[in-house]
Design a protein around this ligand. Structure first.
Ligand code: SF4
Length: 495
């Protein structure tokens, strides 16, 4: 029998708000949570970077250093610092009489025995899910006897442009959320009581899977609750009323969707292709797309980093900074390929060299094939703003872009193995099974970005850097070869 508890943390409260069963798993099945992924670790690391800069902003504060489970000690230390006359306390801790305990990033004195609560987030704006988070903190502190003045969200300012040393007063925005947070207070006691009861129950709550499993956060127990659901199911295709119609008839597998089911828009193509295991082909639309191509073709792909804290002058929080491109050039249909690649390996801003190499490599005529044009054209636009002397040439490259994603997204050509997605990582192995990213050391843009940042921040040895650069080169080159092969596929299906 699990030991009874009389209080829950803000993290557990937020988890329970999304799904009481997730809170129950957290309390009763601790072994069920999967190990932390590398990308999640990177998010936490970024959070720590932002958190420590926020502490520098409030220079001179003192920090509660007790471990997260030493709640009573942390509460006592907070009180002690206040009695000692401290005016800024990081990680201050309080617990309401009915068992809600919370740490606040910054407790800041605002008047005689009055305090502001400041929650630091690495986002660039207030998001819906921040509100419950901050409301719970205010509740914990007010009900522990603190006289709370304002509730602030301290987030990054994506309009800040770095020049020289970081200007913390510009990097951060303190958003006053007091009114909206106060309006949430009345609902907290009942919710807290309910979630405490869930946490203390020996019985697993009966809660069906649904949209709440991925909103506002991807639930860590999804692998457990969703076992038995096919990877591609009615949940993947439908939502709302249509989904409920099928579930109410016990239909989960796409293969069981009735032939006369009124699936909206392109979904009918997806469902029928999957049920019949047949490729959907619209030859006219494919031909129309191919007619837009002008040779020579330049198959292009970028890789970027987007650090929360700008690393370079003339860049902003989360701005995409391109550091690598791959380019395959083909003079005529089915002709030889020439490969050019650029990878910046110096510990400084990659953009000046990137722009120079790009303009030199892309020529002046012929279509520039990209997969998901919104990304590459946005990078070019931003580069044009940063380097106005090169703007015209960058715009000319953008104007020549043809988006290879379009015929797949529009279902001019659709393979059942695409399973509703037109992403390159799904389309390529569907049509070219011998080419996939599974065995690559770096197999997606997120990993490419993370590994490159390790090099830029000098967190790996020279030898590891060389391995990373080699893997990055393989990965980006694979993306443009994928474009080459998918265009061949379109030609084949147009005949
Ligand atoms: S996967 Fe879904 S049902 Fe299962 S615990 Fe998470 S949110 Fe709840």
């Amino acid at each position: 029998m699990t030991k009874s508890i009389s209080r829950i943390s803000k993290t557990q409260y937020i988890k329970g708000m999304q799904c009481p069963k997730a809170l129950w798993f957290y309390r009763h099945r601790p072994g069920l949570a999967p190990k932390i992924q590398e990308t999640q670790q990177q998010i936490f690391d970024t959070g720590h970077d932002v958190g420590s800069l926020a502490q520098q902003y409030f220079n001179g504060g003192v920090e509660i250093t007790e471990e997260y489970y030493e709640i009573d000690k942390a509460i006592a230390s907070t009180r002690q610092y206040i009695n000692d006359g401290k005016e800024t306390i990081f990680e201050a801790t309080a617990c309401s009489a009915d068992g809600g305990y919370s740490r606040i990033d910054i407790l800041q004195k605002s008047g005689v025995n009055r305090w502001d609560l400041i929650e630091v987030k690495q986002s660039t704006m207030l998001k819906d899910y921040h509100i419950d988070d901050m409301a719970f903190q205010r509740y914990a502190f007010e009900n522990a006897g603190y006289d709370i003045d304002k509730s602030f969200l301290m987030h990054l300012n994506n309009r800040y442009v770095r020049f020289g040393d970081l200007d913390l007063t510009q990097l951060f925005i303190l958003e006053d959320c007091t009114d909206i947070i106060k309006n949430k207070q009345a609902e907290i006691p009942d919710k807290l009581k309910t979630l405490l009861a869930v946490a203390n129950s020996e019985d697993e709550p009966v809660i069906e899977i649904g949209n709440h499993c991925s909103w506002p956060f991807e639930c860590e127990y999804a692998y457990h609750c969703w076992q038995g659901i096919p990877e591609y199911s009615v949940y993947s295709v439908f939502a709302g009323e249509k989904l409920q119609q099928l579930l109410s008839k016990g239909i989960v597998d796409i293969k069981d969707v009735p032939a006369d089911f009124d699936a909206p828009g392109r979904k009918i193509i997806d469902v029928n292709a999957f049920k019949n295991n047949q490729v959907h082909i619209d030859k006219n639309e494919i031909k129309n797309f191919l007619d837009t191509l002008v040779y020579p073709l330049y198959y292009l792909d970028y890789e970027t980093i987007f650090p929360a804290i700008p690393l370079f002058d003339n860049s902003s929080p989360y701005q995409q900074i391109p550091f690598q491109f791959s380019l395959h050039i083909q003079e005529k249909q089915g002709g030889e390929l020439r490969h050019i690649e650029f990878l910046h390996t110096e510990p400084n801003d990659p953009r000046p060299e990137f722009v120079k190499a790009l303009i030199e490599s892309c020529g002046e005529k012929g279509s520039v094939i990209v997969y998901n044009q919104a990304f590459e054209s946005r990078i070019n636009n931003e580069l044009g703003l940063t380097f106005p002397d090169d703007k015209t040439k960058l715009t000319a490259i953008t104007d020549r872009m043809i988006d290879l994603l379009k015929p797949f997204r529009s279902r001019s050509l659709y393979h059942p193995e695409m399973k509703g997605s037109a992403s390159l990582k799904r389309v390529l192995p569907a049509f070219v099974p011998e080419m996939n990213y599974d065995d690559m050391e770096i197999g997606n843009g997120g990993d490419a970005s993370m590994m490159y940042l390790l090099c830029q921040k000098d967190l790996v040895s020279a030898e590891e850097k060389n391995t990373i650069y080699k893997n990055l080169s393989d990965y980006c080159g694979m993306d443009t070869m994928a474009e080459v092969r998918l265009l061949e596929i379109l030609y084949n299906y147009s005949e």
